[in-house]
Design a protein. Sequence first.
Length: 189
Amino acid sequence: MKIDFWLRNPDYLAHELLTEVEEGRQPPQDTLLLVAGMIGGTAPSLHRYPMAKYLYGAYERPDNALALLASRKHIKMLRVNESSANARKDYYLLPKGQAAATALREQVPPMQWYVRQAEAIGLIPEAVSGGLMRRRQYEHPGYEAAVNGRLIPEITEEVTKRAENVAGRFGLVWPPDSSQDVVDGGPQT
């Protein structure tokens, strides 16, 4: 769920990427291009799919969507350590699912935006553990203050202002000129 939250809420992912820039773990120019793509005009029309907060953070029952993928032999779910306090479900992408994902990326251009979102999540060190991601997500006051059962609020305006400030601190222009992506070796959109 924690990775899903960042994928479905690009404003929060952009916020985290700006933190990575400020802490010197990501290059400003390339990262600001990613942020602009997340909160700017290159996003598909359904790029933000809000989630409600429940007990330990963003939550939505995954069973229906995952059941559809499992019924088509795209994924396999295995329960691990069912009888212990560390019980979890691991999901594996099967060859048929990999083929479907590849076909979607090739045949549906807006899917590239989601591929870039997933790649950007990988730039955040805490993305390797649900507990670490949850801790990091709770560091944002809007996320932390969200009421259980209610949607976690959008922060696009806040992130846009923050991106402008970060760009200024590094002597960069906000929003960045995406026409320079290939010339400057930045991410291609």
